[in-house]
Design a protein around this ligand. Structure first.
Ligand SMILES: Cc1ncc(COP(=O)(O)O)c(C=O)c1O
Length: 472
């Protein structure tokens, strides 16, 4: 059938009427709230039967269309039973938050308008909103007023951006010749407690995995600054060219903070780019009480902070912030005549890894604007307090505390005579009562408990402790 303008009508399944959209939207909203309530009452762990799921998927041959309502119901069922529930208050897990509500609203808005954030010409308002949020976070970190940056898909992209900036600033010919411009092996430095995505970052940046120097820690999980200085001197003597020091503010296993100011001084004295990976710990900037823990972050040349970690936005939403926006513009420069604008130091396609981009920054804009820094301060302090209470209760039951962090993560070792840690973790997960992890901290196996859900309560903590005690 032809429409009035003699074109075939748009497929109604893809572009339904406003009435039909409203009906499905309402249904979806209600179904999501009901599913969320069931999740709270159910196990943290998935119960999906993968063989059955694959069989059901096989039936999707995409030949005959199916009603969207039916598809939404099917999908919600898969999500309800087919994921570890990060939005369960007893998910004490890796740093994947229960997403806050303003950021979920932001996702809806971004999805509906679907602005292209590559350029300020096509998306003047979104580009300005993102730049504003980045400046606000930079100011909060104590970076200079003319600092800039952008939202990234995640912390790994932000850390990768730091390395590209370091290489770009270290050698003017890097952009043209790549690492050959250095005339020798280059290296970057971080602690052996760093987040392992750095291995992939040095690989994809072309400096190679051997270029990642893992500096010893001090026995508590923080980079040993003296060992850093020594490694730099030794490498230089061997003809290696150092380009980047990355300190971690909130290590993944144990929430430890490297000596940020001392690392800054060492990097500065050696003429190196100084990055602080505060992917997770960065949200502590919101709290007047916890913010001093990050002293020294203001000395960084660049910083990574994930909004999708302790700021609890939907995934993935990272930030890269630098005091040297010109280096970003140099690293990601490109020229074309088909883009709607080319504004140096503003247009994201001229300053970032990505080209087409989603309006990610709206998530943190709405969250920050709705809660204010004080609201976020309460959020992070509450998590820190909850972990302190769990630590006290476990210590009273004979568990030992293996880390010393206020960043809402606890590494514990069960009392002597308990089952091996991995068995305890397995049993807790099988029970569905809570989610915790086994990891290694300073060479020792530990059980890791992290407050990632903004609404976890003391009752949830008691249930976790009961599950741990029953499993050991
Ligand atoms: C300290 C640190 N840096 C970087 C990352 C990587 O961030 P993303 O998972 O957002 O890529 C993580 C992830 O846990 C992290 O804890």
């Amino acid at each position: 059938m032809r429409g009035a303008d003699d074109l075939p009508p748009p497929p109604v399944a893809l572009f339904p009427t406003a009435d039909s959209r409203t009906r499905v939207d309402d249904l979806l909203t209600r179904a999501l709230i009901e599913a969320g309530e069931r999740v709270l009452r159910g196990p943290v762990m998935p119960s999906v039967d993968r063989a059955r799921l694959r069989a059901e998927l096989a039936a999707f041959d995409f030949a005959a269309p199916r009603p969207l309502e039916e598809l939404i119901a099917w999908t919600l069922g898969q999500l309800e039973h087919g994921v570890v529930h990060m939005n369960h208050p007893r998910y004490f897990g890796l740093f994947n938050p229960a997403a806050n509500f303003p950021s979920q609203c932001a996702d809806r808005i971004a999805g509906a308008f679907n602005p292209q954030l590559a350029s300020s010409g096509s998306s003047p308002a979104p580009v300005e909103i993102e730049a504003h949020v980045i400046r606000a976070v930079a100011r909060r970190a104590g970076l200079p007023a003319d600092s800039a940056g952008h939202f990234t898909t995640a912390g790994s992209e932000a850390n990768y951006t730091a390395l590209v900036c370091a290489l770009t600033r270290a050698n003017a010919a890097f952009g043209t010749e790549g690492v050959r411009a250095f005339g020798g092996p280059v290296a970057m430095y971080t602690s052996r407690e760093c987040q392992p995505a750095w291995f992939k970052i040095v690989h994809q940046a072309g400096i190679g995995r051997a270029a990642l120097r893992l500096i010893d820690t001090d026995g508590k999980g923080c980079m040993d600054a003296a060992a850093l200085a020594q490694a730099l001197a030794q490498d230089r003597a061997r003809g290696v060219i150092p380009v980047l020091v990355s300190a971690t503010a909130g290590t993944t296993p144990a929430g430890m903070i490297d000596p940020l100011a001392e690392c800054a001084r060492i990097a500065r004295d050696a003429g190196l780019w100084y990055h602080v990976d505060a992917a997770w710990g960065g949200a502590a900037l919101a709290s007047a009480r916890l913010r001093p823990l990050l002293a020294g972050i203001e000395l960084a040349d660049s910083v990574t902070i994930d909004a999708h970690k302790w700021f609890a936005t939907t995934m993935g939403c990272g930030m890269f912030i630098t005091r040297y926006p010109r280096v970003l513009s140099e690293a990601f420069r490109v020229s074309t005549d088909f883009m709607p604008s080319s504004v140096a130091q503003l247009d994201p396609y001229l300053n970032t890894v990505q080209w087409s981009r989603r309006f990610l920054g709206l998530r943190l804009f709405l969250s920050l604007a709705a809660a204010g820094w004080d609201g976020y301060g309460t959020h992070v302090e509450r998590a820190s307090e909850l972990i302190t209470r769990i630590a006290e209760q476990l210590a009273a039951r004979g568990w030992s505390i293996a880390n010393d962090s206020l960043l809402a993560v606890l590494c514990v070792i069960p009392p002597p005579g308990s089952a091996p840690i991995r068995d305890i973790v397995r049993k807790v997960l099988e029970s569905g009562r809570a989610w915790v992890a086994a990891t290694t901290h300073e060479g020792r196996e530990v059980l890791r408990i992290c407050a990632t859900h903004g609404e976890s309560s003391l009752a949830d903590a008691s249930e976790l402790i009961a599950a741990l005690e029953a499993a050991r």
